[in-house]
Design a protein around this ligand. Structure first.
Ligand SMILES: [Zn+2]
Length: 231
């Protein structure tokens, strides 16, 4: 009896540990509710980002990864102010944040293509956590490179003629503020570009981009798992 009670106590202490070791990813569909984001004709950014996030989620339901825990900042058309998103991300401390957006140009319609942004540590003045922010910038860059790699492997540029424009550091994006997690912000395509619009309006495009994001997240997961087994 004593032994089983002891076992029960040990089990209770050990239980929270079973949840650990999972790679936590937050998918952040940009905008929502009153904050509609970019608009061009019928295309509205807040709807496209949510649609894309749902497709990515559906793919992970079909092809799940045991070590992956997927969370969302929103799963409906609701307003979720950026400060609250940052707080949610800071409190959750995921291993990766993937923020989804669609771009637009103010006057011209010449800009087009897919872009990835990741946080910089240039403006960080928090000396106590300098190493942490340096690591976040490096890790984010590494994951951005994995995303770039999968973009090439999945032939998105050739199939959709959607150029991969850049991977660059940004220090002035709120979603990167105060969050200690490696983060990527994807600008999928320009709503204002006629060529990009033609892609978005094709029903197969979002499916293809969702598969790409699924595969890129899986590649990051596999990369981290490999790191763990190397140790
Ligand atoms: Zn946006």
């Amino acid at each position: 009896m004593k032994h089983s009670a002891l076992f029960l106590i040990l089990l209770l202490f050990a239980l929270p540990l079973f949840g650990e070791g999972k790679f936590v990813v937050i998918i952040d569909p940009g905008h929502g509710g009153n904050n509609i984001g970019a608009v061009s004709g019928e295309l509205v950014e807040k709807d496209l980002t949510l649609d894309l996030a749902k497709r990515v989620g559906e793919l992970f339901r079909k092809r799940p990864y045991k070590n992956l825990k997927l969370l969302y900042t929103r799963q409906q058309d609701v307003s979720f102010p950026i400060k609250k998103r940052v707080t949610f991300i800071s409190e959750t401390e995921p291993d990766l944040v993937v923020s989804l957006h669609f771009n637009s140009q103010k006057v011209l319609t010449t800009n087009r293509g897919f872009e990835i942004y990741y946080p910089s540590d240039f403006l960080n003045t928090d000396a106590k956590n300098a190493a942490f922010y340096y690591d976040r910038a490096n890790r984010s860059f590494l994951y951005a490179q994995i995303f770039q790699d999968v973009y090439a492997k999945r032939n998105i540029e050739k199939v959709w003629k959607l150029p991969f424009n850049m991977v660059s550091q940004r220090e002035n994006l709120m979603i990167f503020d105060d969050t200690r997690s490696p983060s990527l912000l994807l600008e999928i395509a320009y709503l204002t570009s006629p060529e990009d619009r033609a892609c978005i309006e094709n029903p197969e495009f979002l499916d293809d981009i969702a598969t790409y994001i699924h595969d890129a997240i899986a590649a990051v997961l596999i990369y981290n798992k490999n790191l763990k087994t190397e140790k």
